[in-house]
Design a protein around this ligand. Structure first.
Ligand SMILES: [Fe+2]
Ligand SMILES: [Fe+2]
Length: 275
């Protein structure tokens, strides 16, 4: 499988069919034509997948350049934790191997892009070393909507998942998260909370699974890491906080799975140390 610019992408091995008497049948001209045609299609599909991947990795890099907190190791750890949690969740729910494989591949990329909407947040806020004022925090929350907007004209299942992750990774199981029931196009509330006058938060399973998983993975990593405005928490404190957040910030079943997966999560963390 060779591309237009002579790059070798792969090799297809074709095995001879058996003839009517059981012996091997030699390939004929028609076979050759068919196989060549098939190889051309397969090469194009592979090239397209490769190109998509490259563009996504560039988007991640772009977010990293804009936001010093959103480093390569952080993004890789969050994606690693999220995928591990999903795999265990899927096994519990008896999801088919085929679906697990398809979902985990695209989920890993989608999880890496959870904060890509930060490219739209002002440098004054993004690079501020101290804590945010209320007003700055309100602007910062907009990174969820901006991230979702990057995937708004959905071309694939991946776009759909990436939009869900970007939009809902700060929602809370108890409904107190953000951005809540908002129309991504107009940014207007679809359901307003009568008490606060703000969009009503998504609650429980209203939050897509992908957002619920990345929420835990992101917080686990943020607490465990040193940031400009804070030291890293000890592991005991981090775990106590996550346990305590079951049913508040996080889906209790996913918190359960998180603790079950802890040995693997520790390994992932060691694989991508902060530089
Ligand atoms: Fe975020
Ligand atoms: Fe993050």
């Amino acid at each position: 499988m060779v591309t237009n610019n002579e790059q070798l992408l792969g090799v297809i091995q074709v095995i001879n069919a058996r003839g009517p008497k059981g012996g091997l049948r030699a390939f004929n001209q028609e076979d050759e034509l068919l196989i060549t045609h098939f190889a051309e299609h397969a090469t194009l599909a592979l090239q397209r997948a490769q190109l998509t991947r490259t563009i996504l990795l560039r988007m991640i890099k772009m977010a990293e350049i804009r936001d010093p907190k959103e480093t390569g190791p952080h993004v890789n750890r969050v994606a690693g934790y999220a995928t591990e949690i999903y795999l265990r969740y899927a096994k519990r729910k008896n999801i088919s191997e085929q679906e697990i494989k398809r979902n985990s591949d695209i989920f890993k990329m989608a999880a890496m892009l959870h904060d890509v909407g930060k490219v739209g947040i002002s440098d004054l806020i993004l690079k501020k070393p101290g804590r945010f004022t209320d007003e700055e925090y309100a602007l910062m929350k907009g990174h969820t909507l901006m991230g979702a907007k990057l995937f708004i004209n959905k071309q694939s299942e991946f776009d759909d998942m990436a939009a869900q992750v970007a939009l809902t990774h700060h929602e809370r199981w108890d409904g107190k998260g953000y951005p809540g029931h908002v129309d991504v196009h107009t940014e207007e509330a679809k359901i307003t909370d009568k008490k606060t006058g703000k969009p009503k938060g998504l609650k429980g399973e209203e939050i897509p699974l992908w957002g619920r998983i990345v929420a835990i993975a992101d917080v686990y990593d943020a607490l465990s890491s040193k940031r400009v405005y804070k030291e890293a928490w000890t592991e005991d404190d981090v775990l106590a906080e996550i346990k305590n957040s079951a049913g508040k910030s996080f889906d209790p079943e996913l918190v359960d799975i998180f603790f079950e997966a802890l040995p693997q999560l520790r390994q992932i963390s060691e694989r991508y140390p902060d530089d």
